[in-house]
Design a protein around this ligand. Sequence first.
Ligand code: CU
Ligand code: ZN
Length: 183
Amino acid sequence: MKVRTLSALTFMAAAALAVSGCAGAGASSAKASAPEGPQAKATIEARSDSTVTGTATFTELSTGGVKAHIHIEKAPPGTHGLHIHEKGDCSDPKAASAGGHFNPGGMPHSGPTDMKRHAGDLGNIEIKADGTGDLDITSDMLTVKPGPNSVVGRSVVFHEKADDLTTQPTGNAGGRLGCGVIQ
Ligand code: CU
Ligand code: ZN
């Protein structure tokens, strides 16, 4: 009887695993199964007479940090700087109203993997020949929840040129072709 109970339990566990495996397959890009917290979004609109459009989604992870997904369309092919800027204001025709890079820590400009960097330094996004590009990046310097490093009330800016990850304080990424307020 004891053996039978055990094997029944084993069978049930295996079945449960199979079911959860199937259910998880659709979300395979999510790392492990860490529950996700609050989300913030931005709709990126054209600025500086460009045609750029796009979306950005920021998801706070239960393990800390924020997972960002940025999708860009109708952009010039090549490498383009992408940052979070400090002001949630894209009203200027050249997005100058978005201010400088989001920098709550008072750090120098740098690349997204450097310890000392602006919290808003997301590096570069590659735009394909068809004018689209996607960037997936996780940052331990951002939150969605309220706080000094929260992305809410900031903006996402897509630039004319590549960010050289070195020049202070902008990365020499040129004009602002797209801008979206994060909310
Ligand atoms: Cu920027
Ligand atoms: Zn920066």
